[in-house]
Write a protein that binds this ligand. Structure first.
Ligand SMILES: [Zn+2]
Ligand SMILES: [Zn+2]
Length: 244
């Protein structure tokens, strides 16, 4: 019986497109439709055939050329990967190996809306934790005038400003239970009363005080931004499985 080649899955094709993007960057070429890369750099030419058939690249002599469609897909997967790294690193405090492993999976699962929601949440970051450029999305152009992230440390609020606790960014369990006992828990509305000489926050009807090092670990969603986010209708949505 004739051997048939197993067709590349959508994820495998995305991996190759990502590799094309990063190889171009290493060559100091800004990826764009029509960018060319030596086929020899992409290893075994056979694995490119499904990209060629799918219209993501075409070949010219010894070069692979990114089509408009291939460029868009590569940009999306790279954006997803680097935004995921930022989320895992900055918000979830994961170290590099765990961060990388998860980012490699998330890059295939996020759709544009979810990626934009992460981008907005993090204040449209320009670079990943490795310093590589995050390709901007439509949200970044729209957000050009107001770059304040949706979630900020308590220290960034103005006195009198209302917010909701998003999460407490500490791995210190003692501190976490102390804050929990004060009512500083995810979803709880708070109001910053004053910043000096210490931070005073109104939680329910109680006023609680702590120093700046603790305030910096309490991340909140300022009230005004939360409303505009709800109006914008951004919602988390992950796409499970390969279906691209
Ligand atoms: Zn990175
Ligand atoms: Zn953005």
């Amino acid at each position: 019986m004739e051997e048939t080649c197993k067709p590349c899955t959508a994820e495998e094709r995305e991996e190759i497109l990502e590799e094309i993007w990063t190889t171009l960057e290493l060559d100091r070429i800004t990826p764009q439709p029509g960018s060319r890369i030596g086929l020899a750099k992409l290893g075994n030419g056979e694995r490119l055939s499904s990209l060629i058939q799918g219209g993501d690249i075409r070949t010219e002599a010894d070069k692979a050329v990114l089509t408009e469609q291939g460029y868009r897909k590569a940009k999306e997967v790279v954006r997803n990967h680097r935004l995921s790294e930022r989320l895992l690193h900055d918000v979830l405090n994961l170290q590099s190996e765990e961060m990388e492993r998860s980012a490699c999976r998330y890059e295939h699962m996020l759709d544009t809306e979810a990626a934009d929601s992460i981008c907005i949440l993090l204040g449209h970051p320009r670079t990943c934790p490795h310093g590589k450029c995050i390709p901007p999305g439509e949200c970044c152009d729209a957000g050009e005038t107001s770059l304040r992230p949706l979630v900020v440390p308590l220290t960034e609020l103005d006195s009198g400003e209302d917010a909701t606790v998003a999460y407490v960014g500490t791995r210190d369990n003692g501190r976490l239970s102390y804050l929990t006992s004060l009512g500083v828990v995810t979803g709880r509305p708070v109001q910053l009363v004053q910043k000096r000489p210490s931070f005073i926050v109104k939680v329910d009807e109680n006023s609680v005080a702590f120093d700046e090092s603790i305030a910096r670990e309490i991340f909140v969603r300022p009230a005004l931004r939360r409303r505009s986010r709800e109006r914008g209708g951004h919602r988390w949505r992950l796409r499970w499985g390969g279906g691209r």
